[in-house]
Each structure stands twice: as structure tokens, then as C-alpha cells.
Design a protein around this ligand. Structure first.
Ligand SMILES: [Zn+2]
Length: 305
């Protein structure tokens, strides 16, 4: 487990916000972190999500306006080790250590290599410094740990409002605790524990709920497995009793379809919650509601009782 590594200095209340009111502004790197910051900081901070709706967060390119927002913000919440180099750089450059938090330093991390072992899947572009898998938010257990860390972060920066941050956090965490319990119960007894995915984003989820992820290719469009690798994945999927291939919401499904055809499996979607679309935001979807939908699909695909 990575040690909790946060600046320990207690600082005074955050300065008046740049938004024109007296609330501090917080920039959050992408949707799940923005939702967590909003949940914990409700009524006390203004949160800006740096990743626009419908856009992927990996290697996000920042507009000049976004860089400006980062510079003007009082606090920054991000996922480091090269997940979004431009975001990381701008936050580090404009804020002292006490006013920024890298959530990656608050949870146990998994190497990518080990997840690919035995699957013959290839390393794609979604690998952080030190061979680390970035997709920590797709695991409710690690989300809970990150929310705890964000709560401590806000309390340290604004101790006068500690009680409100903690009360907000308690409420937000109740929904995540419920989600964790549903995953635990829902995936306890399944015909198969192997999930074949087109986007290698479910390693942490698999780690917490005793599943095994078999990635097809990773998301980089230029990294396609050769026929031999494809055949090996199909072999392995068949051996694991896999009857459903999980696609990413947006990914081109050609590859997964080929595998599915080869072993006669069904196709379904798993949402990696790398960002919410405008439609999802409009219809009131949240991290928990989408995770719940993913669970329903996992239970169906894995034949869980
Ligand atoms: Zn990803």
C-alpha cells in the first residue's frame, strides 16, 4: 500500500474565492474527483471540473482559459504520476503543497504489468510512472479512501468549517458505502469471475471484488493485438467460461466483436466513468448511479445469483 503522503502543515483559512463570492475555488482534474469535492465541500467551496463533458481525461489538453482557472483557484485536486501531465504541472506550479492533493498518493496502487500477466494483452498508453494503473476511481473501496483524504485536505485548509466538511463527507460516504455493500453481495456468487474488457480500466475493481480482468487490447487505437494474441484471449476467455465481452461506452467495438464472434459470447457495456456526457449530467446520473448500472451488467454477464 502506498503511504498516505500529504503535506502536514496546517494553514489558515483559504483566501476568498476567485469566483466573486467569498467561497474558495477548487479545481478538480476530472469528473469523479469533481463530484467527490462537491460532495464534501457542499456549500463551502466552488468546484470546477477541468475535463469538459464527453471528453476523456487521459492526457487532457488544457485550453488557455483552463490554465487560467487553475492558476486562480485556491486549491487543486488531481491524479498524478503523469495521468494528466498538463493539469499536474499547472497545479504544482501555481499552488504550494498544502493547497493541492494528488489522490493517487492516498490509495494502494496496482502495477499494469501484473494485470496483463497470463492474458497476453499488451501494455497500452494508459500506464502511469512506475508501471501504475490510473483507474483507481472505478473501485468503490478506493473511492471511499480518496473521499476521506479529500475531507482531511479541506479540513486542513479551512479548519473553521471542519464540522460541515465532515458532516457532508459522512452523507456522501453513506452512498459509497452502500455501493460497496451492493458490489460485495452482488458479486459474491457468480458462474464466472473473469471480465473480458475492451478498456483495461477495471483492475482495481477486480482487485477489491475478487474478479479477474482479461483486457482485449487497451484503449490506444493504434495498439491492436495481432491475430495470435486475439486467439489467445479468445482461448482464455473460453476457458474462464466467459459469455459476455464488455465494451467501453465509446470505444469502437470491432475488436471486441471479433473476439465475441470467435467464442460465441454476448456484448455489453461497462462505463469507465472517465467523464459524464452532457446527457448523463442532464438526467441526474452520478458516480454511484453509473456504478450501480455497471454492477447490474456485471451480474448479468458473469451469471451471478
Ligand atoms: Zn482509461
Amino acid at each position: 500500500m502506498a503511504a498516505l503522503c500529504l503535506a502536514a502543515a496546517v494553514v489558515g483559512p483559504a483566501p476568498a474565492g476567485a469566483a466573486g463570492n467569498d467561497r474558495p475555488t477548487v479545481v478538480a482534474a476530472f469528473y469523479p474527483l469533481a463530484e467527490a469535492a462537491q460532495g464534501v465541500g457542499r456549500g463551502l467551496v466552488d468546484v470546477v471540473n477541468l475535463t469538459p463533458p464527453g471528453q476523456g481525461p487521459h492526457d487532457l489538453q488544457l485550453s488557455g482559459r483552463a490554465v487560467q482557472r487553475i492558476e486562480q483557484a485556491d486549491m487543486g485536486i488531481y491524479l498524478g504520476s503523469g495521468f494528466q501531465p498538463q493539469v499536474e504541472k499547472a497545479i504544482k506550479k501555481s499552488k504550494p503543497a498544502s493547497r493541492r492533493i494528488d489522490v493517487l498518493e492516498t490509495v494502494g496502487l496496482l502495477p499494469v504489468d501484473a494485470q496483463l500477466a497470463g492474458t497476453k494483452g499488451k501494455v497500452d498508453g494508459e500506464v502511469l510512472e512506475g508501471d501504475v494503473d490510473p483507474h483507481v476511481w472505478l473501485d468503490p473501496v478506493r473511492m471511499i479512501e480518496m473521499v476521506d483524504a479529500i475531507t482531511d485536505f479541506f479540513v486542513r485548509n479551512d479548519p473553521a468549517n471542519a464540522d460541515t466538511y465532515r458532516a457532508n463527507a459522512k452523507q456522501y460516504l453513506a452512498s459509497l458505502d452502500g455501493l460497496d455493500a451492493e458490489y460485495r453481495a452482488g458479486l459474491a456468487q457468480c458462474r464466472s469471475r473473469a471480465i473480458v474488457t475492451s478498456h483495461r480500466a477495471f483492475g482495481y475493481l477486480s482487485d477489491s471484488y475478487d474478479l479477474r480482468q482479461i483486457p482485449i487490447a487497451g484503449v490506444s487505437p493504434e495498439v491492436e493485438p495481432d491475430p495470435k494474441t486475439l486467439a489467445a484471449i479468445a482461448d482464455e476467455a473460453e476457458k474462464e467460461g466467459v459469455t459476455t465481452i464488455f465494451l467501453e461506452t465509446i470505444a469502437p467495438p470491432d475488436l471486441a466483436k471479433t473476439v465475441a464472434r470467435e467464442i460465441g459470447a454476448d456484448l455489453d457495456l461497462l462505463d469507465p466513468i472517465e467523464g459524464l456526457s452532457r446527457k448523463q449530467l442532464r438526467t441526474g446520473e452520478t458516480y454511484a448511479s453509473i456504478m450501480r448500472d455497471n454492477l447490474t451488467r456485471l451480474r448479468k454477464g458473469l451469471g451471478c445469483r
